[in-house]
Design a protein around this ligand. Structure first.
Ligand SMILES: [Zn+2]
Length: 334
């Protein structure tokens, strides 16, 4: 499932390619025909992510809310402008001017590519007629011969401008909301440090966690407690803090809980910037490149069951919590 950093990156793609543009909406699959008709032909005025949900605003005040869930994905196609802030995998950027009137964009001159294609998006110059899939991972699918492309599979909604299309498949939520409904959804969501890194947000998270008897491993995944954390970040945040996933929230010292919030803010920022859930700090140049290439080299415990802990050598444990796989070191996180 896409974690918070992915959804923020998708929202930035919409901000860069759709906001300020008149957008045609349709439902090639038919299931969202009525909703698409409510938004069709309007100018997109805002794109934002709150945790794992994305909200797109149109100029008549209505919003499109999308939650990708486990299987949802967006395919962007056409002359896609890459947001500079999401094409910065290794910080080595080359300036390139494009389209004259557009803002300068940046492309990588030496991208670090993940061996499984998790960030091959970084190889794309901007703009370029291509097709890019954004979900939990991002990858360039193919080059386009014609625009707009034929819809592939069960496309719930297509957003189309003169130059770019975005096709949504397999979401758990895709609906039109009015501003009051959007506010109600946002009010129910836990704080998201990409939207609000204030002390008040940290206080809110800390207070909620410290009054619950629920295991911290479940609280971190509860989107009403904190927004955007999924299975990878849960495991890694708890290891980094040396916290037992089964510890009740209310048993944790205040400093520990505040530390979890600050570390989430730190890791989320890196995730939004690089597109990868890099959870190791202080890697030198070669280690860093290796870790960006291979997931196995950038996590402490996630998917490392049975392997020796990088700190103490104890075998990493795999358990189930909240119907999701949980990875932890039984010694470091005792
Ligand atoms: Zn250990």
């Amino acid at each position: 499932m896409p974690e918070g950093h992915s959804v923020h990156r998708i929202a930035r793609q919409f901000a860069r390619n759709f906001v300020g543009r008149r957008v045609h909406l349709s439902s090639p699959q038919g299931r969202f025909a009525a909703g698409a008709a409510q938004l069709d032909g309007h100018v997109m005025t805002d794109a934002r992510a709150v945790g794992k949900q994305m909200f797109l605003e149109f100029d008549h005040g209505l919003w499109l809310r999308v939650h990708l869930g486990m299987y949802g994905a967006w395919d962007f196609a056409g002359d896609i402008l890459m947001d500079a802030t999401i094409a910065s995998a290794n910080g080595r950027m080359g300036q390139t001017n494009q389209r004259g009137t557009d803002v300068d964009s940046t492309v990588l001159d030496a991208a670090v590519l993940d061996s499984t294609g998790e960030n091959s998006m970084h190889s794309i110059g901007a703009p370029r007629r291509t097709r890019v899939r954004m979900a939990e991972q991002e990858k360039e699918i193919d080059q386009l011969d014609t625009f707009p492309p034929e819809p592939v599979g069960q496309v719930r909604v297509r957003l189309l401008t003169d130059t770019v299309s975005a096709d949504l498949r397999g979401p758990t939520a895709c609906e039109v909301l009015d501003p009051a409904q959007v506010q109600a959804v946002i009010d129910k969501a836990g704080p998201d440090p990409q939207l609000d890194d204030s002390t008040a947000a940290e206080d809110r998270f800390t207070a909620v966690v410290r009054r619950k008897p629920t295991p911290i491993g479940l609280l971190l995944m509860d989107q009403s407690v904190v927004s955007g954390i999924g299975n990878v970040y849960r495991a890694e945040l708890l290891f980094r803090a040396r916290v037992n996933p089964y510890a009740p929230g209310k048993s944790l010292p205040e400093d520990t809980v505040r530390g979890l919030w600050r570390d989430w803010a730190h890791l989320l920022k890196i995730g939004v910037e690089t597109g990868q859930m890099m959870t190791m700090d202080d890697l030198d140049g070669d280690e860093w490149r290796l870790a960006m290439k291979n997931r196995a080299d950038r996590h402490w415990v996630y998917k490392r069951e049975g392997l020796p802990c990088r700190v103490c050598g104890t075998h990493i444990t795999l358990a189930e919590m909240g119907a999701r796989k949980l990875y932890y070191c039984p010694r470091c996180q005792a």
